[in-house]
Write a protein that binds this ligand. Structure first.
Ligand code: AMP
Length: 283
């Protein structure tokens, strides 16, 4: 695996691969890699000739009171893990490479960026879209892989790719979970043992929501209330939002007609976790 930290060098490497007729698969990450990230990496290794992973803790997607400084980082372990997987290139730029002095341009997806997580994290998706479009322009991938874990992010990035006529195919892969249901997240390392146990209520409540739909429930309000009730019963939790929304415009739905996204953000102690599931009505 070749680790590259300079934009021009990354672009040269990709151009060389493309001139040999190779397809490029790309996985943007903030590092501290876990099996969720690796599921994306493995899909790329299967589908694309060349796999590029980026590790960049993007300052523009963190609010002033958020955990940019404390975000877990371990580039040595991450490099080893990616090497072992058989990744071809690691792009690991510094802040000054991505946002040099005088940097001014930002990409926004209004409306979608203001819903769900966007309400409490103003500017977050503007930062995400900006960095992902920059990375797309540097890596020029044929395929890019994202996780359903960050459902709103995936929906917004697909919208951006379509609206801006990007050639990259954006693929979204299922959320990888621990055996007990906890969705893998780099931020899980912030949880104490007791908080980790409490956090299991998130996936349990989403399982219950899916079960309700399977049993014929179509009323989104009732499903949402049941999720909230389960989470509220667990000490240490504080709900930021629980919503059942349309998969395209992220607006709340009253009734589950075909499919809808049940999404939530909950504080467990001081740690903010997100999770979601797709509620599908079976024919
Ligand atoms: P991050 O490093 O948190 O920015 O995540 C990088 C990519 O990995 C994003 O596309 C995430 O949605 C994805 N990802 C994070 N956690 C998981 C998970 N548990 N399962 C699947 N994909 C994930």
């Amino acid at each position: 695996m070749r680790t590259i930290s300079k934009t021009a060098e990354m672009q040269d490497a990709v151009n060389r691969e493309k001139s040999l007729g190779k397809t490029i698969g790309f996985i943007p990450t903030m590092g501290f890699l876990h099996q969720g990230h690796l599921s994306l990496v493995r899909e790329s290794l299967k589908k694309a000739d060349v796999t590029v992973v980026s590790i960049f803790v993007n300052p523009t997607q963190f609010g002033p009171k958020e955990d940019f400084k404390d975000y877990p980082r371990d580039i040595h372990r991450d490099t080893e893990v990616l090497e072992k997987e058989g990744v071809d290139y690691l792009f690991f730029p510094g802040n000054e490479e991505m946002y040099p002095d005088g940097y001014k341009t930002y990409v926004e997806v209004p409306d979608l960026q203001d819903k769900l997580c966007g309400r409490s994290r103003p500017g977050h998706f503007r930062g995400v879209c900006t960095v992902v479009l920059k990375l797309f322009n540097i890596v020029d991938p044929d395929f890019a892989y994202f996780g359903q874990k960050d459902a709103q992010q995936a929906i917004i990035l697909k919208r951006m790719a379509e609206d801006l006529n990007l050639k990259v195919k954006v693929e979204v892969l299922p959320t990888v979970r621990e055996e007990d249901g906890l969705a893998l997240s780099s931020r899980n390392t912030y949880l104490s043992q007791e908080e980790r146990r409490a956090a299991l209520v998130l996936s349990r409540s989403l399982d219950e929501a899916r079960q309700m739909v399977e049993n014929g429930e179509r009323d989104a309000g009732r499903i949402k209330n049941r999720i909230k009730e389960m989470i509220d019963q667990e000490p240490l939790t504080r709900i930021e939002y629980v919503k059942i929304v349309d998969m395209d415009d992220l607006d709340p739905v009253n009734e589950i007609e075909n499919e809808a996204l049940a999404a939530l953000a909950v504080f467990i102690g001081k740690v903010r976790l997100i999770d979601n599931t797709i509620l599908r009505v079976k024919e």
